[in-house]
Design a protein around this ligand. Sequence first.
Ligand SMILES: [Zn+2]
Length: 164
Amino acid sequence: MPAREGNWRGSIRIVRSEKVITGPYMDDSMIAALFDAAAKVRQQAHAPYSGFAVGAALRADDGQIYTGCNVENAAYPSGTCAEQGAISAMVAAGARRIEAIAVLGDGTRPVTPCGACRQRISEFATATTMIVAANLAGTQTRFTCAELLPDSFRADLLPNGKRG
Ligand SMILES: [Zn+2]
């Protein structure tokens, strides 16, 4: 099944919003910009095996938006997730903090990050960093990082206390 080309421009229906989260990068216009970027990069996904194309876009503390798509491999475990690509792009550019991240896929419900990506996001996020999942139907679900990965393993659990 080929990846569905994105005409993702629909209105958003928020079905769940756990908390009021304030911050300069958390407004609806920023989330919309993230989903525009996620929809665009999703069209570049390499998903010939699952046919499930995913796009991710994050806003970093340098004010830039970084994107990634899933990149599958004939050796299945060698494939990478969209969120992973976006985080790698952010780190390569020198940024280290995710302000918000959006994930978009053609699911029957909003496409949330897999377990490994929740940990990857956590490395560069705070407990209240917004993670927004959506599907092509325009249904959107907003979470905080702590909601998707409660009691996560973090750098302060390491013997030396902090990274670096
Ligand atoms: Zn993942």
